[in-house]
Design a protein around this ligand. Structure first.
Ligand code: NAG
Ligand code: NAG
Ligand code: NAG
Ligand code: NAG
Length: 428
């Protein structure tokens, strides 16, 4: 899975209870400081010069917000202000999008600000969003995410939560928990897309809707991958176990696995997907899917074989059996693809995946994948800043409805009135 965590919480386990309480207080205070460090005021209006190359040339602008998490520190959030003051888009931007609602599964455990930016980038009222918060996350984090969700009728927390282990079964289970919730939803969503907290969209919602209905994806699942290569076979030939909910390790030489159930051919691919609703219903109900799930419990990174294996069965809804790596699902710079698929990471590799820096954005944008991974607000904030501004600008330009002032993340630099509305944009 592409969303590795750093195990900085692990050391807490080994400390005594007194220290744990101290740590809890310390963490809590840190969080409070973190929220209030970004007061919403003129002083936090910045003009990130470095985003200039990604913005329209002849529109002088400045960034409006400094993401006000402070709303979420109180017990009762003021929902009527949240959507507006956090610049959420509150109406469908086109009929085309309205008629093709999407479902999203977002698994998170940290980085509240990045999550809120991700959510507002993909949020639109006709879609539906299931948020899976790791049970390892702090109570405060959980509460804040819950408050944010409670302000939107189409955003909810997964009813069953997992303690997610990197490359473990729990990661797959988290997605399935959300799917069970989504399957019961009355929102007529067409496809479900999974995300982690370090993804950010490149395509707009409208582009996603078009892409997912274009050939060969109309009514078809996207799970890029190939027949399991020999280098990956150990993942399903020996038994693995989750150690301390933090990593996967082989159980030992004698613990081998039997063959997959139902003579299934195991495939290997990305843990990311865009799946049709009938396929999700199939996964939740079919014996084949359930048996594969049980068999996958002690495999390494089962989310990288589960979806792609099922999608290669001819008779399942929306199956796509000959696509191999087809499907522009993620822009990721893997370290071992340096020189072949990309010219190196301008940010920094973490676990062989590039955390994008500002200078990676031209590559990310040119690749025009559905989403890009991965971003870290603490290491390279400019990359998120600029991609976010660029993305919102594109989203609004593509809209068929009049743009409301509070949907803009930028405002005119020449005046400090709330907005100088470029009349041309609304008409497009
Ligand atoms: C798991 O956690 C326990 C308790 O914190 C610790 O004693 C043990 O060494 C850990 N095991 C591994 C394999 O990391
Ligand atoms: C919530 O925000 C609205 C709009 O700013 C304001 O009119 C209202 O008084 C606020 N409600 C509470 C309970 O603070
Ligand atoms: C996608 O499939 C639906 C139902 O089969 C069909 O009505 C629609 O025209 C197709 N869309 C495109 C863009 O091919
Ligand atoms: C911008 O705001 C400041 C302080 O509110 C004010 O003094 C100044 O005249 C404003 N500038 C413009 C161009 O409106």
């Amino acid at each position: 899975m592409f969303c590795p965590r750093r195990n900085k919480h692990r050391f807490l386990f080994s400390l005594g209870i007194g220290i744990a309480i101290y740590s809890a207080i310390y963490l809590r205070e840190n969080i409070v400081l973190y929220f209030t460090a970004h007061p919403k005021s003129d002083s936090c209006r910045s003009f990130p010069q470095y985003c200039g190359p990604f913005m329209e040339e002849d529109a002088p602008w400045q960034k409006r917000d400094c993401l006000s998490e402070s709303y979420f520190t109180t017990k009762e959030p003021n929902c009527s202000r949240i959507a507006e003051e956090l610049y959420f888009i509150t109406a469908p931007l086109s009929r085309e999008e309205e008629e093709y609602p999407l479902a999203f599964i977002i698994t998170i455990h940290k980085e509240l600000e990045l999550f809120m930016r991700l959510l507002r980038a993909i949020y639109t009222p006709q879609n539906i969003y299931c948020i899976h918060v790791d049970t390892k996350s702090s109570q405060q984090y959980m509460t804040i995410v819950g408050q944010l969700a409670s302000c939107f009728p189409n955003v909810f927390l997964a009813t069953t939560r997992e303690e997610v282990t990197y490359a473990g079964f729990s990661r797959l289970k988290a997605d399935l928990n959300c799917m069970a919730d989504l399957a019961r939803s009355s929102i007529p969503w067409k496809k479900v897309i999974n995300l982690c907290g370090q993804d950010f969209p490149v395509m707009s919602n409208r582009e996603l809707v078009r892409y997912l209905q274009s050939k060969p994806w109309n009514g078809t699942n996207m799970t890029p991958g190939v027949k399991q290569p020999s280098t990956m076979m150990h993942r399903t030939q020996i038994q693995y176990e989750e150690i301390n909910h933090s990593y996967m390790a082989p159980k030992g030489k004698t613990y081998t696995k039997g063959p997959p159930p139902h003579n299934l051919d195991i495939y290997f691919g990305t843990a990311y997907y865009a799946l049709t609703r009938p396929f999700v219903d199939f996964v939740l109900r079919s014996t084949v899917a359930k048996d594969l799930l049980e068999w996958s419990r002690d495999t390494y990174s089962p989310d990288e074989h589960y979806w792609v294996t099922l999608n290669h069965l001819k008779d399942v809804p929306g199956s796509h059996t000959k696509g191999e790596w087809e499907g522009n699902i993620r822009a990721v710079k893997w370290k071992d693809q340096e020189g072949t698929k990309h010219k190196g990471c301008k940010g920094q590799y973490v676990r062989d995946i590039c955390v994008f820096g500002l200078a990676d954005l031209p590559w990310v944008i040119a690749k025009n994948s559905m989403f890009a991974n991965k971003f870290e607000r603490q290491i390279f904030p400019e990359a998120v800043d600029c991609l976010e501004l660029w993305h919102r600008q594109k989203v609004l330009q593509e809209a068929d409805v009049p743009i409301q002032p509070e949907w803009r993340l930028t405002t005119s630099r020449v005046s400090n009135q709330t907005l100088v509305e470029p009349a041309t944009v609304a008409g497009r």
